[in-house]
Design a protein around this ligand. Structure first.
Ligand code: PSU
Ligand code: MN
Length: 306
């Protein structure tokens, strides 16, 4: 059988050997979600937040044909500086590894890698979902199916508000993915804490989220849990402020013929311009908040299973 070109950082190897809790981080947010140099600052900051909470970070990417679980500082910086990195989802990751390529992992590909590396918890910003107009474009992120088949708990701030949120949460329900709102009764909408959409599940303690993860394993259920953690109030952009800008950005993407993998990065960068950078500041704040919660959940999984 083809050997898996998997490299664990020394820190990740040590964490496994000593039973320290780990948190996976994706790399598409670095290469396609945020502009230089804020992307690198944010990526480093997330690792620091996870360490401060007593867990070990593992940023995941494919570098020259090797699946890296934990990037050393020069590797992280090189990835953040490169303008031409591929965006890898479930469909792309094997081909990238097989051809010696370099690519950033999306939520779906990061879940696959985290599971292979024995990491139970992963922090991101917002998952991909059902795009508006999906009834004609069929644009639905592979992140949703991945959540239904790969047993990793993903801590997010919901699905990005550029998406069709009601359809996204309907589809997650159909796929059997538990959507757990943290500390409130409705799902958040990425840059805004509220969406008006009631959450199927609510938990107020990391210990409950950890217990849910372990119970799914005991049941032999294959998929993951999606935690939706509201953006901190001081960083929030009200949904009313954002709605017209999102509509304008989506219309622009359509008129410019932007499709497939390019849609989400285009909309994020247009909103950055339209909000004078405020959407990026909100994105940084929410992903840091998610990293902290993910670390607490990972510590609880280690405690409850130890
Ligand atoms: N969260 C962010 N910024 C991002 C992403 C998540 O704050 O850029 C990325 C994730 O990697 C997610 C991807 O998987 O956006 C969704 O892309 P698509 O809609 O093409 O599936
Ligand atoms: Mn898509």
């Amino acid at each position: 059988m083809t050997p898996l070109p998997l490299d664990l950082s020394a820190e990740v190897v040590d964490a496994h050997a000593t039973g320290k809790p780990l948190v996976a981080l994706e790399s598409t947010i670095i290469t396609h979600g945020m502009p230089w140099p804020r992307n690198l600052e944010t990526a480093r900051g997330l690792e620091a937040v996870i360490r401060d909470e007593g867990a070990v970070p593992a940023t995941i990417a494919v570098i020259e044909g090797r699946l890296r679980i934990g990037l050393d500082p020069p590797m992280l910086e090189a990835l953040a500086r490169r303008p031409d990195v591929a965006k890898l989802s479930r469909a792309d990751i094997a081909a990238c590894l097989a051809t010696g390529g370099t690519g950033a992992t999306t939520v779906a590909a990061t879940m696959i890698a985290a599971r292979l590396a024995g990491i139970a918890v992963f922090a991101t910003g917002g998952i991909g979902g059902v795009h508006r107009g999906a009834e004609t474009s069929f644009d639905i992120s592979a992140d949703l199916q991945e959540l239904s088949q790969t047993a990793v708990t993903v801590v997010s701030a919901g699905a990005k508000a550029i998406l069709d949120l009601p359809k996204t949460f309907e589809l997650l329900e159909t796929l059997g993915v538990p959507v757990i709102a943290y500390g409130q009764d409705e799902v958040p909408a990425f840059w805004s804490a509220r969406s008006g959409i009631p959450a199927a599940l609510r938990m107020d303690e990391p210990a409950q989220i950890a217990a849910g993860h372990l119970m799914r394993a005991a049941l032999g259920l294959p998929g993951g849990q999606l935690v939706v953690n509201p953006i901190p109030p001081e960083a929030e952009i009200p949904a009313e402020t954002l709605a017209p800008l999102v509509a304008e950005a989506i219309a622009e993407a359509a008129s410019r013929g932007i499709t497939a993998k390019a849609v989400t990065p285009f909309l994020l960068s247009r909103l950055f311009e339209m909000t004078g950078g405020r959407s990026l500041e909100a994105n940084v704040a929410l992903v840091r908040n998610n990293a902290a919660l993910a670390a607490r959940v990972s510590c609880e999984i280690a405690r409850q299973s130890g």
